[in-house]
Design a protein around this ligand. Sequence first.
Ligand code: GLU
Ligand code: ZN
Length: 304
Amino acid sequence: MNNTQTKGYVGRFAPSPTGKLHIGSLLTAVASFLDARHHQGRWLVRMEDLDPPREVAGAADAILRTLEHFGLYWDGEVVYQSRRHDLYQAALSRLQQNHQVYPCYCSRKTVLTEARGQGIDGAIYSGHCAQAKPAETPDKIPAWRIRVPDQMIAFTDAVVSGQQQNLARQVGDFVLRRADGFWAYQLAVVVDDAEQGVNHVVRGQDLLLSTPRQIYLQQQLGYTVPMYAHLPLLTNALGQKWSKQTHAPALNEAQREALLRQVLRYLGLGEAPAVDHVSELLLWATGQWQMPKTGCLSIITTDV
Ligand code: GLU
Ligand code: ZN
């Protein structure tokens, strides 16, 4: 049975307020919006403000204003991860009760020196604290890690098709709550997607390698695994992903029609017709929409 038909499509855009939207994040927002609207679905916006040191004051509001300016209107209230501590704690407590997680007291230095090798996301944690007895635990606040299995986690992505990863060999036991008390992205995103009923995740390919961790967490927490679509990344002329670190320019709102047309072209929708108002561009694109299929990782270089 098709889940989408029985429960209705729920998609989302989940920016981190570390800066203003740029052409790369606009592409993600537009694609997830169009996919949701094309399927008569709901489109939610969630502010991923979990990491205060990386946040920029005013960025969350600026992102919301830009979305509205481009006609990307969301359904319901914007959800802020910084206000959802209790939900994340409840999920961690369930994993604690089932002994699927353990406290890790290792310093960054220990993690690096004892690493089992290099994984897709840096050093693979040795598992040092996985066997520690409670009596041996030092008097400091631990991080919490989840034990991962030595088996393949596979999924079919709507853009890049078949994907698989062995968490034990390529990632290692990963952190759900950091020693500084902040929640890890991997836990928060899984709890929120489930709690908000999100069944379609459309986002950039920079998160493709995080997806097996998220699927594993969904399985451990008894959540339904959503459909995933990981979009090509836009890069600058040096081949770097547009981001705050690569100095992606903020979107020039005076050029919103040209920018939207550009994004629709990147998404493979071709040349949009002349319109009186930008909102008609999104309506046109909703009718035309098809998820771009690349079959492999891909990038588009842009000068915007
Ligand atoms: N907050 C993440 C980011 O801005 C996106 C998370 C997601 O879409 O799962 O990169
Ligand atoms: Zn440890």
